[in-house]
Design a protein around this ligand. Structure first.
Ligand SMILES: [Zn+2]
Length: 76
């Protein structure tokens, strides 16, 4: 598969992804996805994203506390 953004080669990967869905940040652990070798664009398989949405809808997730670095005021 080729990257929709830049045409680079997509590579199959396994691991964790952070997703922003409806303004909320979710960490998805242990997911297989494709990542562009050039620009880093990630694509989740349709079946997997459906399962993620179902899990969110049914509140099938745990909550973990995690420190997120926040960078402010970066204007060119
Ligand atoms: Zn790309």
């Amino acid at each position: 598969m080729k990257c929709a953004a830049c045409g680079g080669d997509m590579i199959e990967k396994n691991g964790d992804l952070d997703l922003r869905i409806h303004e909320k940040l979710y960490i998805v652990r242990n997911i297989n996805y494709e990542e562009c070798s050039k620009c880093g664009e990630t694509v989740i398989k349709p079946g997997a994203s459906e399962r993620i949405y179902n899990k969110i809808k049914n509140h099938h997730y745990i909550k973990e506390m995690m420190e997120i670095p926040v960078i402010q005021g970066v204007m060119a």
